[in-house]
Write a protein that binds this ligand. Structure first.
Ligand code: PSU
Ligand code: MN
Length: 312
């Protein structure tokens, strides 16, 4: 559980839905979900359909889903249908990370949480397992742009396990793995020796660690946190063979989308959403279908890990 002082400190700023509060109090498994993928990662209505489907997958595995966003000056852990739908329709929704989370609360602006912000909120609520699509990482050209996702720093300091399909392949994956190693973040390939590349199973890079069951992963989390080691764990679950787009095929689309973002002068937090939507266009929607499939698969594994973590 997150430190109790933290939960008290967050006070009025943290609203946990009754169902989730009860599950946490009973020591039942809970899985956190982010909303940047909803507001900024996928088009409407696929985004809201996916968010609902992901919640169903988690329930189907015996855990309670906890979708997180900032609304009305408070962190909401667990969203109503109406709240989720409004975030999916977009409009004025901030993409929140550690740097602007407090700003959204203070100004009452709506915000979708990235991996970094969702980890922070999950820890405040006492949730230890989180499912997403792909973590952010070191961008290509980072030596010039300095664009390194705050997700990586969050993984170094916040004790939440993040189940993902690797890091998005639009990134510099070797540097992303180096960064995680430097910051002491365990990266586990689930049933794979390779670090997966989001839409593709293969990146050509070795997964630093490998585990083959949710029970083993829960054992790693217990051991890490029992030692008092700060920070999270990346659980990299490759997209299924049926749903993947092979890396060789993705490479050209990614290069074109990255070049187009540079040509249009897109920088900062707009980069990842632009590239995701541009690649969806270039692939005629196939990348979106792969993204939806991999998020659902990550939700199932995250639920299994959360269940194992609660098993004494
Ligand atoms: N996974 C997806 N789609 C997404 C994301 C994850 O399938 O849009 C989001 C997460 O919220 C992650 C963010 O934190 O992309 C990375 O943004 P940036 O590269 O700006 O740090
Ligand atoms: Mn960035």
């Amino acid at each position: 559980m997150g430190a109790p002082e933290e939960r008290v400190r967050s006070g009025e700023r943290l609203r946990i839905a009754p169902e989730i509060r009860q599950a946490l109090a009973a020591g039942s498994p809970v899985v956190a979900l982010e909303t940047t993928i909803v507001s900024h990662g996928m088009p409407y209505p696929e985004n809201v359909e996916t968010a609902r489907a992901v919640e169903r997958e988690i329930r189907g595995r015996g855990a309670t889903p906890a979708t997180i966003a900032v609304l009305d000056g408070a962190i909401h852990v667990g969203l109503s249908e109406r709240e989720l739908d409004a975030l999916a329709k977009g409009g004025d929704v901030l993409k929140l990370s550690r740097n602007d989370l407090a700003y959204a609360l203070a100004t009452g602006r709506r915000g979708a949480t990235t991996v970094a912000a969702t980890m922070i909120c999950a820890q405040m609520a006492g949730i230890r397992v989180f499912a997403t699509g792909g973590i952010g990482g070191v961008h290509r050209g980072a030596a010039e742009s300095f664009d390194i996702s705050a997700d990586l720093e969050e993984l170094a300091q916040t004790g939440v396990a993040v189940v993902c399909a690797g890091a998005k392949a639009l990134l510099d994956l070797p540097k992303t793995l180096e960064y995680l190693e430097t910051r002491g973040v365990p990266v586990v390939g689930y049933r794979t020796d390779e670090f997966p590349a989001f839409w593709s199973r293969s990146s050509g890079l070795a997964a630093p660690l490998r585990m083959d069951s949710a029970a083993e992963i829960a054992g790693l989390l217990r051991a890490k946190w029992a030692l008092g080691l700060r920070g999270g764990v990346v659980i990299a679950n490759p997209v299924s063979e049926e749903d993947e787009i092979p890396a060789a095929e993705m490479a050209g689309h990614i290069d074109r989308a990255v070049a187009e973002a540079a040509r249009r002068g897109i920088v900062g937090k707009a980069v990842t959403p632009f590239i995701l939507s541009h690649i969806a266009e270039l692939t005629g929607g196939r990348s979106l279908a792969a993204n939806i499939a991999l998020v659902k698969s990550n939700a199932r594994l995250a639920a299994d890990v959360a269940v194992e973590l609660q098993t004494k």
